[in-house]
Design a protein around this ligand. Structure first.
Ligand code: ATP
Length: 873
């Protein structure tokens, strides 16, 4: 391929030179073949993502697990002692085991890939001379990208064609004014912010359209460099996975010691070396919960996919974990709690002539557009501004005409910091400034008021009157906007100054209906809701009261009275941490609120959509960006993106987070208690020199049928009835704490002892001959353990719900798993060689009855103890 020269100074060269340096064609773009070649060479156009792991590598890594090495050693020993059948059987189990491990890990990896695809944005490129849509991560240097108003710039590029192009480059330059673009070459030393012939990844187009030739992708884009997101070589394990891995390692050591002790005891009893070696291996195999970390990963990844189906894209595995521990949700109001279907309700003009001017101001001081599409007009831009346009059009204003006759000369765009917006327009009789914004802000720039037929001075009395009116309107839940203008404006004068106050605009933005129940759910779940809005405090209180976030008398903290973080006293912080509504807040103050809440040991989820929200989103434990309203920058730094912008999705995600964590814990408790019961039985048999013992191959078989399928089914359980009725989990608590260890030991004892009891019973009742004894007792033990463990799945249900209506009992995967396990057991009993390998003899009917009954007894014992709260889960 003709490799593009990516070190070329693209802004200082002419278009043709740039095109040829990038080895592409100005009209036809790259060919598909060339593009895929380049994709291989330059990698994906994404920042900080690792390459997918090869399937072969995953398979290979299975053999690094200690369990596999242990099994290899056991097989070796068997061959050494000429136990061929055993050796082969162990090898088969080894292969099955590593295949299962491989499959699970491969699934987890695939889930992650699916998720990555979900969170990529589409982009339009010209390839083979045709405009096609691809995912933006497949863009390569030399591609021709077409973008128009509202589109995000997916990579860095040099503009080669444009029409009325304006771009917002604030993520890169911090400058929130849209900048005009052009195609001429610039001096080489031109600073990034002034390169008017370039478009950079992370910026977006606010007006017009363009075709650019891509000069840089992925981490070699300017955003990639600023973001400083170092390409992670390996996806780091989540805290939970790390905890589990560490935990599994600890268990290995404990097991090794235990195995050694039992080995020595056996030898002291005068048992054979081979037999004792086998027992030691059996013990080790029984004890290691090899599936633990990987099933945790899988449960997390599956959870992410489930959430994605419900409009929540979780970008980091670790976020799923944190979600479940969320104690405070800080949410903005507009669009998240409300519909964001803003409509103008009425206009309150200051005087007779003011109404028309308010309508004109709301069209002029406005960057949105209404485009005819089909039968209706489609709004593009800020919903608030679109609403203003719709209203003006309804009132007979010819928007296009008005704008064409009075072109915009200058603009002071709206920002959440100033809360006002001004524009300067050319008019027949001199220039005019139009302004709109939050009433209490805009009025500060007004010196006059358009009262009656004239303009009179805006004295304190009038000022207070209008502020009070705005306040009252806000208190009834309306969004209030003030409008102002200045005729005969001087081009060089500051825009917001000496304005004439025109009146107020009332808008409605109803709360979303589904939010209220979600808030109630949060209350039961011990999660606090804090509303942080740029809107008027009175509007905020009204909406908060409607949604039951707070009542009408709750205190509000207003942005103006908020001190800088460094100056906060302990009392201030306490007050902040206890407040449910923050109004007229700037994005920077959002960051301070997160800090204070975190200092008070909260796990904070915080929503945001603007570029300025990025620091607060990053600082929050869970940064939540909006999928529809959110800028790509907000989406990039967030841990989670809500495709539908709705608050309910956050609650849903928190619930999922809790369920997933619960499932992982259930799974771990199940696995550990099963394994411990085996250890217990082996240890008791060895220490008391009983006449029967489990064989390694039997243990392997038990783990295969009881651990894999039922445990996996537990991993996808639906969550207990009370999942959102208990307080958030402390994120620092271990997966398995002391209380859980007690439970595990109890479960294991119940299972182990009932199994041993079953053996003793059948032994006593049937008086088997000496020769039969050893074998039959072993078989009864083997099957009772299996049945106990299979039924033990049901003990994992939340004891607060009734046994037969618990989430585990109703989980169809549990039933599928149990049926599959039973089928395997049946097959093994029916096939002669399998029977021989597992040393299965024909058990009498009485033995079967004892075995099955014992397993139900173990469930009864455990359920009784759990329900009488002798041991709490
Ligand atoms: P939230 O932060 O919950 O989304 P919000 O949308 O009201 O609430 P901002 O967008 O920061 O927050 O707006 C703050 C205030 O600025 C609004 O209450 C309104 O008075 C004013 N405002 C909003 N949009 C515009 C705009 N396009 N032009 C002029 N003023 C605006």
């Amino acid at each position: 391929m003709t490799g593009p020269d990516t070190h070329f100074a693209h802004h200082s060269a002419g278009i043709e030179a740039v095109i040829s340096a990038l080895g592409t064609d100005a009209d036809h773009g790259l060919t598909t073949d060339e593009a895929s070649e380049r994709l291989k060479h330059y990698g994906k156009n994404s920042i900080g993502q690792k390459a997918d792991r090869l399937a072969l590598l995953i398979l290979f890594e299975q053999f690094k697990s200690p369990i596999i090495l242990l099994l290899l050693a056991a097989a070796g020993l068997s061959f050494w002692f000429n136990e061929w059948l055993d050796g082969i059987a162990i090898l088969i189990v080894l292969i099955i085991n590593s295949l299962i491990g491989f499959y699970m890990e491969f699934q987890a990896e695939r889930s992650m890939r699916t998720l990555k695809q979900l969170s990529t944005v589409p982009a339009r490129v010209i390839r083979n001379g045709q405009l096609t849509e691809i995912t933006s991560d497949c863009i390569v240097p030399g591609d021709l990208v077409f973008a128009e108003a509202g589109d995000l710039i997916p990579a860095d590029g040099r503009i080669i064609r444009l029409s009325q192009l304006q771009a917002d480059e604030s993520p890169l330059t911090g400058e929130s004014m849209p900048v005009e673009k052009q195609t001429d070459a610039l001096p080489a030393e031109t600073a990034l912010a002034d390169r008017s012939n370039m478009l950079y990844k992370g910026a977006y187009i606010s007006k017009g359209n363009a075709v650019m030739v891509v000069t840089g992708t992925g981490s070699s884009t300017e955003l990639g460099k600023v973001a400083g997101l170092v390409r992670a070589a390996r996806q780091t394990a989540t805290p939970l996975e790390k905890k589990l891995e560490l935990f599994a390692k600890k268990l290995i050591w404990i097991t090794v010691v235990l195995a050694a002790v039992i080995f020595i005891i056996g030898l002291l009893y005068g048992r054979q070396l081979v037999e004792m070696l086998q027992t030691a291996v059996a013990l080790a195999v029984a004890a290691i919960p090899e599936g633990l970390p990987i099933v945790a990963t899988m449960a997390l990844a599956q959870g992410m996919i489930r959430m994605a189906r419900q409009n929540v894209i979780v970008k980091k595995l670790s976020a799923v974990e944190t979600l479940g521990g969320t104690t405070v949700i800080c949410t903005d109001k507009t669009g998240t709690l409300t519909e964001n279907r803003i409509a103008v309700e009425r206009i309150i003009p200051a005087g007779d002539k003011a109404l028309q001017n308010i309508l004109i101001a709301s069209v002029m001081c406005n960057t949105a557009e209404l485009n005819p599409q089909g039968g209706e007009e489609k709004g593009l831009g800020d919903p608030l501004e679109v609403a203003l346009l719709r209203y003006a059009a309804q009132k007979g204003i010819d928007i296009h005409r008005l704008r064409a006759d009075n072109p915009k000369i200058a603009e002071e765009p709206f920002s959440s910091e100033t809360k006002i917006m001004c524009t300067l327009h050319k008019a027949a009789n001199g220039n005019t400034v139009y302004a709109k914004g939050a009433a209490e802000e805009l009025i500060n720039y007004c010196s006059h008021i358009a009262e009656g037929q004239d303009e009179v001075r805006l004295d304190t009395e009038k000022r207070d009157h209008w502020l009070k009116t705005a306040e009252e309107q806000a208190a009834s839940g309306l969004r209030v906007l003030a409008a102002a203008f200045r005729k005969n404006a001087d081009r060089h004068e500051k825009l917001p100054a000496n304005l004439v106050f025109l009146g107020l605009i009332n808008m409605i933005d109803p709360p979303r209906v589904e939010v209220r129940p979600a808030i109630t759910e949060c209350r039961y779940a011990g999660i606090r809701i804090v509303m942080i809005t740029g809107d008027h405090p009175a509007t905020a209180i009204n909406i908060a009261a409607q949604l039951t976030i707070a009542d009408k008398n709750t205190g509000v903290i207003v942005g103006k009275e908020m001190k800088e973080y460094g100056q906060l006293t302990a009392a201030d912080k306490d007050r902040w941490a206890a407040t449910a509504i923050f109004a007229r807040v700037s994005p920077k103050q959002k960051l301070d609120i997160v800090r204070v809440l975190q200092e008070k040991k909260n796990v904070v989820a915080m929503t945001g959509d603007g570029i300025n929200d990025a620091p607060a989103l990053k600082k929050a434990d869970i940064g939540v960006a909006m999928g529809i309203r959110g800028t790509q920058v907000a989406q990039e730094v967030a841990d989670m993106v809500l495709k539908d912008d709705s608050f309910t999705s956050i609650v849903l995600a928190v619930k999922q987070g809790r369920i997933i964590f619960d499932n992982i814990r259930k799974f771990a408790i199940f696995l550990l208690s099963c394994n411990l019961s085996e250890i217990l039985v082996i240890a008791i048999a060895a220490i008391f020199n009983l006449h029967f013992q489990l064989f390694p191959i039997q243990i392997l078989f038990i783990n295969l049928v009881t651990d894999v399928l039922p445990a996996l089914a537990l991993g996808v359980s639906g969550g207990g009835a009370d999942i959102m009725k208990r307080a958030p989990r402390d994120v620092n608590e271990p997966v398995i704490d002391k209380k859980h260890w007690k439970m595990i030991v109890f479960y294991a004892s119940a299972i182990g002892l009932t199994s041993l009891g079953a053996v003793l019973l059948s032994h006593q009742l049937h008086h088997h001959s000496e020769s039969e004894n050893r074998q039959l007792c072993n078989n009864v033990l083997f099957f009772t353990l299996i049945f106990c463990q299979l039924l033990h799945v049901f003990n994992m249900a939340d004891s607060r719900s009734a046994f037969f209506s618990s989430e585990v009992f109703k989980n169809r995967y549990v039933w599928i798993a149990l049926s599959a396990s039973m089928l395997i057991i049946f097959l093994v009993c029916a096939v002669e060689p399998a029977r021989n390998v597992l040393s299965i003899q024909g058990m009498s009917r009485a033995d079967w009855i004892i075995s099955v009954t014992a397993s139900f007894v173990s469930v009864l014992i455990i359920q009784a103890v759990k329900r009488w709260r002798i041991i709490n889960d």
